[in-house]
Design a protein around this ligand. Structure first.
Ligand SMILES: C[S@@+](CC[C@H](N)C(=O)[O-])C[C@H]1O[C@@H](n2cnc3c(N)ncnc32)[C@H](O)[C@@H]1O
Length: 625
């Protein structure tokens, strides 16, 4: 049982803690081994039941087997003309009970009707580029083409400095069940606090020496939440899913609802540091070494002492205004009537902005101006005075270091300059029409954004109406900005089917010249890094290369081998001219590769690109079209 203070022999706080910890360790140990014994007993029975059911299924026979038996019984060649054209079938449930009978038609398919599908590699569909998972480039996740002796397996595996993922130590999944159930019982049944259990879990082998929560996405409870547990029936006969569970957010540091400062910083972890990226838990814009997705809001340094507010112009906000307080009148009374929550709220608002005028602060925190002022004076004035004594700007410098972006530029608003190289100049150019063509007979300058190979930005490019999709009452003359196709998610229907060179992409609708067909999506890799070397071994073997460079001097490569969209199927047009072109652009601060039509393309025509002479120089072994 958990210890209680009365059991402690000593009043010394350190000793009390140690005794409590020891008792908790013993309790956890006993619970864990009891859970383990119960689990072992359940597992044996469960395994027997499974095996028996498997055996009975074999005995009863699956529909396929019955089908086979019936055909055999007729003693006929399955493709002979005398064969029946239908068969009666019986459907069984998991317990071998008959749940239905039916009839299936037998059809004869001649082998020559099958045309083998062109070689195809699995590819995860995605609607956006993702950073390559570096772990998969460090240690091999699997061996490609395992049944193909011509694949240079040893050469491929040579390029993984971290060895093979399948031989790495893996936690026995049963062990996770035991650990989770131990934690559950310790809290739900024995009342141990999250802190007490965490302390034991960090130190004891049987709980893996692992914190309950190490970060947002690691720790004992996170790991166990990532898998489905088997339906264990514990010694009391209750199945695990019916047991009372750990409360939501157990062992998580959830700030007090009144602690706005803490709440804001907690929510910020959910969002991406790219101000325009709305993807929850975005994995593209995050520095892997950075715990926070978005820089935390920092405590703001106060610049004023409370007394300096007296000098500010204005009238008293009421009878309780701070302006009626004199130096000798700083009586600290009436606090009993102030709810604790309001004080917590005041405290967190002061962390966000300590120099809000007391009369305003009083309204925000639903407290009297007098109380707000006294609280602020007691908690902030010394800090301001200390800061004034220390060398100028030192504190500010510190906080700036924390907020300075360690993530790739250009991602975050820096003053007026939203993206690197982008200032409000694009707002002064009003032709975002494709390639700056004539409008109303007047040749307009090409939009600065388009010239810089980036899409217009709805927050900066106000003159081209980038923010407005179409004209409305406030913007009657709005011509839709034509340099925002990717931002707006414009794309064309594309059909993937057999082509002259394996699979190809075909127009699923009529396409006009210059139309955006889609974004070439894949994993973002840096071509100066090792990963491309082992990927190259696969490309050499399959003779299929899905890497797309992002322009001279740019190290980024979009590799659509394992992740992509139908744009990965665009073949080279040789010997004809291509009807599409692909090029890199910046959209919302991100480098992307887009594919546009070079001319009108009728529905059903194959979409083609020119891979360029360099591609074919490096891929001489692939037969050119
Ligand atoms: C981006 S993939 C195109 C889709 C590919 N055909 C498939 O089946 O997945 C590029 C690969 O297609 C093949 N390919 C594309 N155009 C070709 C051409 N004109 N001649 C020969 N092979 C071509 C080459 O193997 C090349 O590495």
């Amino acid at each position: 049982m958990p210890s209680s203070d009365s059991e402690h022999e000593s009043d010394d706080p350190d000793t009390v803690l140690t005794i409590e910890y020891k008792t908790n360790c013993e309790t956890a140990h006993d619970v864990f081994f009891a859970v383990r014994a119960e689990f072992a007993a359940w597992k044996e029975g469960h395994a027997q039941f499974r095996l028996q059911r498997f055996a009975s299924e074999l005995h009863v026979g699956s529909a396929a087997e019955r089908f086979q038996v019936s055909v055999d019984a007729l003693d006929l060649d399955p493709v002979s003309p005398g064969r029946p054209n239908c068969l009666d079938v019986v459907e069984y449930d998991d317990d071998g009970e008959i749940v239905g009978v039916g009839r299936i038609d037998l059809i004869t398919i001649e082998p020559e009707h099958f045309i083998s599908h062109p070689p195809y590699q699995f590819c995860t569909p995605s609607t956006r580029n993702l950073n390559a998972r570096m772990i998969d480039n460090y240690s091999a996740p699997f061996i490609p083409y395992p049944e193909d002796p011509s694949f240079l397996r040893d050469r491929y595996l040579e390029y993984f400095p971290g060895g093979y993922q399948w031989v790495a130590d893996m936690l026995d999944p049963d062990e996770e069940v035991l650990r989770y159930e131990t934690v559950r019982r310790l809290h739900v049944e024995l009342g141990l606090s999250a802190r007490a259990i965490d302390e034991v879990a960090r130190n004891k082998d049987f709980l893996g020496r692992c914190a309950l929560r190490r970060s947002n996405e690691s720790g004992l409870l996170w790991d166990s939440s990532q898998r489905d547990f088997p339906p264990v029936i514990w010694a009391d006969g209750v199945i695990s899913s019916r047991k009372p569970q750990l409360p939501p957010h157990f062992a998580q540091k959830i700030p007090d609802p009144n602690d706005i400062f803490g709440q804001i910083n907690r929510s910020l972890k959910t969002f991406c540091a790219n101000l325009n990226c709305l993807v929850h838990g975005c994995k593209v814009h995050i520095d892997p070494d950075w715990e926070y997705f978005t820089p935390p809001v920092l405590r703001k340094q106060s610049l004023l002492t409370s007394n300096e507010f007296f000098a500010q112009p204005g009238n008293a906000c009421g009878n309780d205004c701070f302006r009626w307080i004199s130096e000798n009148d700083m009586v600290d009374d009436g606090w009993d009537d102030v709810p604790i929550g309001n004080i917590a709220f005041l405290q967190s608002i002061l962390q966000l902005d300590p120099d809000i005028f007391p009369c305003d602060l009083a309204v925000i925190c639903k407290m009297t101006c007098r109380h707000v002022f006294i609280y602020r004076k007691e908690n902030i004035d010394d800090v301001v005075e200390d800061a004034r004594e220390s060398p100028a700007g030192e504190n500010n410098k510190k906080s700036n270091t924390r907020t300075s972006q360690t993530i790739n530029q250009p991602l975050v608003h820096v003053g007026k300059q939203r993206w690197k190289g982008c200032n409000s100049t694009c707002a002064k150019n009003i032709s975002c029409s494709p390639t700056g063509k004539k409008r109303r007979g007047k040749k307009l300058k090409e939009c600065a954004c388009r010239a810089a190979m980036r899409e217009c930005d709805p927050e900066l490019c106000t003159a081209c109406n980038a923010r407005h999709l179409k004209s409305d009452a406030t913007h009657p003359q709005t011509t839709k900005c034509t340099n925002m196709d990717v931002t707006r998610g414009v794309s064309k229907s594309v059909i993937v089917k057999r082509s002259r060179y394996g699979l190809g992409a075909f127009a699923g609708e009529d396409i006009k010249a210059n139309d955006l067909i889609g974004e070439y999506i894949g994993e973002l890799l840096d071509d100066s890094e090792e990963p491309l070397v082992h990927r190259g071994v696969i490309q050499e073997h399959s003779k299929l290369n899905y890497c797309f460079g992002t322009g001279p001097g740019s190290p980024t490569v979009v590799d659509a081998q394992w992740l992509g969209n139908p744009m990965r199927f665009l073949n080279d047009s040789k010997p004809r001219k291509p009807n599409c072109t692909a090029y890199p652009i910046i959209v919302n601060g991100e480098l992307k590769v887009v594919i546009r039509a070079l001319k009108c393309i009728k529905m059903g025509r194959e979409l083609t690109l020119s891979y360029g002479p360099e591609y074919w120089d490096n891929h001489a072994d692939v037969k050119k079209g």
